[in-house]
Design a protein around this ligand. Structure first.
Ligand SMILES: [Zn+2]
Ligand SMILES: [Zn+2]
Length: 188
């Protein structure tokens, strides 16, 4: 970046789509370790699954907890996921293009699937993901993002049994739902 380029802070206050449906306010605690999330400098992920405009589940978890869960995934699955991303998403251009076109409006980031670019206005299942820092949502190379039902199903198909079992365990423990009833939280 040259010196003349203006540095725009690439974050906004966490918008309504990424606030908790259950409490109607910001997520305050990590769903795994209960750590407080709203201090500046505390980064955390938010994932929501939505079906027919209803929130099916919503989660906020801190980065150490995310790393902990991910460390149980098989290496093969992590490679496959990375490859799935790289084949479909242009990491270098997504963020600069969206910011050039829309400024710091987050809605275009989640109005179309990050993988297939289909709009998300149908009744199907979809997942939203955002990276936040305290009270703010960060614009990263990929997030915030939306994934459509087809891509969620496709990704589930290519994950290893070990990874699927690990995700099922997570769904069981954290969401308190029997495994198999909920599609996997994507980035966990
Ligand atoms: Zn945590
Ligand atoms: Zn898609």
């Amino acid at each position: 970046m040259s010196d003349e380029e203006e540095l725009i802070p690439e974050f906004i206050p966490v918008p309504a789509e990424f606030q908790s449906f259950a409490t109607d306010s910001l997520f305050e605690r990590c769903c795994i370790c209960d750590r407080h999330l709203l201090e500046d400098g505390t980064q955390y992920l938010i994932e929501k699954a939505i079906e027919r405009n209803e929130v099916v589940f919503e989660l906020a978890f801190c980065l150490p907890c995310q790393l902990g869960v991910r460390s149980e995934f098989s290496e093969g699955s992590l490679r496959t996921l990375k490859h799935y991303f790289e084949e479909r998403v242009c990491i270098e251009t997504r963020k600069p293009n969206l910011i050039a076109l829309h400024g710091l409006d987050h809605t275009p980031w989640i109005s179309h699937c990050i993988f297939c670019n289909q709009p998300s206005d149908g009744p199907e299942w979809k997942q939203l993901v955002a990276l936040c820092d305290g009270p703010d949502l960060l614009f990263t190379e990929t997030a915030p993002l939306m994934i459509c039902q087809q891509d969620i199903l496709q990704i589930q198909k290519i994950m290893s049994k070990k990874t699927k079992d690990c995700m099922d365990g997570f769904i069981d423990d954290v969401l308190g739902k029997p495994s198999g009833t909920v599609d996997l939280p994507f980035l966990v």
